[in-house]
Design a protein around this ligand. Structure first.
Ligand SMILES: Nc1ncnc2c1ncn2[C@@H]1O[C@H](COP(=O)(O)OP(=O)(O)OP(=O)(O)O)[C@@H](O)[C@H]1O
Ligand SMILES: [Mg+2]
Length: 272
């Protein structure tokens, strides 16, 4: 079941004298919804995702943090000090780090995730195959993970997390290695998880956000500078031309089937 995710006045420094990577970040994400976390490089997107999942708390013992992170009913003040997987699943910005390197096939790789969670059973291969099928990845089942392309690896990395059915899913720049077709496919996977999974999609690109998100948050310099729903985001998009690749949206917008929505977005950001 999807869980609410709430971040309250959260600030973070990697060490005592370093600049703040995050300053007073407050954000609530409704259960089962998708939040797009947008912002230029170094704006703090990865830091925030790593704080939520517990990587920061368990790996950066000299860090200075304040505020609170709440995952469902579990409140951490200021942040989880252990990795919360499988309650919180995270796909890393670089999917190569998501693969163990120990397995000969994608099926084995994904089965290994279940084994590390102490989930065993003769039905695991069929369960993994069913997931791959659902994600349109059956053709990769018997490939060696290290031979996959960036886009293939991106989707296998997602499968590797989804197999644990995390109620909260954090995706760090998932559109990095996806071209137009695989991006739309990825977007439909994300939309299919709505309702059962609370998701945060961190990205510099806007396409996946536009195709999937209910809530839009823009970060700059470690702070949230905008938060709003789809209509508010679209209405304000032209303000963020200097921070986000607004102009590059045109191609994706033309592929949105809902013509009313498409026209409204295109007019707002000045694309004819
Ligand atoms: N391990 C670390 N140690 C020290 N500082 C770090 C570390 N990781 C990130 N930072 C700093 O924290 C700030 C935020 O970086 P972060 O990686 O969270 O940004 P980002 O929005 O994810 O950027 P990108 O779009 O390039 O992935 C930056 O100033 C960065 O230099
Ligand atoms: Mg990042």
């Amino acid at each position: 079941m999807a869980l609410e995710l709430a971040i309250s006045e959260f600030s973070f420094q990697y060490w005592k004298d370093s600049p703040r990577a995050l300053t007073n970040v407050s954000l609530t994400i409704a259960p089962g919804s998708v939040c797009a976390l947008l912002g230029p490089t170094n704006s703090g997107k990865t830091t925030l995702l790593h704080a939520i999942t517990g990587i920061l708390g368990s790996h950066h013992r000299d860090a200075i943090a304040s505020g609170q992170i709440r995952v469902g009913d579990d409140a951490f003040t200021p942040l989880p000090d252990r990795v919360l997987f499988p309650t919180v699943g995270l796909t890393l910005q670089d999917p190569y780090y998501q693969i163990s390197g120990l397995c000969d096939t994608v099926v084995e790789e994904i089965s290994l995730t279940l084994e590390t969670l102490d989930i065993h059973g003769s039905d695991i291969p069929s369960r993994v195959m069913a997931l791959l099928d659902k994600l349109g990845l059956s053709h990769l089942a018997h490939r060696k993970p290290s031979t996959l392309s960036g886009g293939e690896l991106q989707r296998v990395a997602l499968a590797n997390i989804l197999v644990a059915q995390p109620p909260i899913l954090l995706l760090d720049e998932p559109s990095n290695s996806l071209d137009g077709t695989s991006l739309r496919r990825f977007a439909s996977i994300v939309c299919g998880l709505k309702g059962s999974t609370t998701m945060v999609v961190a990205d510099y690109q806007l396409e996946l956000a536009i195709l999937t998100a209910d809530q839009f948050v823009i970060m700059d310099g470690g702070k949230i500078i905008f938060s709003g729903d789809r209509v508010q985001f679209i209405g304000n998009l032209s303000r963020f031309r200097a921070l986000l690749p607004v102009g590059l949206l045109e191609q994706t917008l033309r592929s949105i089937p809902d013509s009313t929505l498409r026209k409204r977005i295109m007019m707002t950001i000045g694309i004819r």
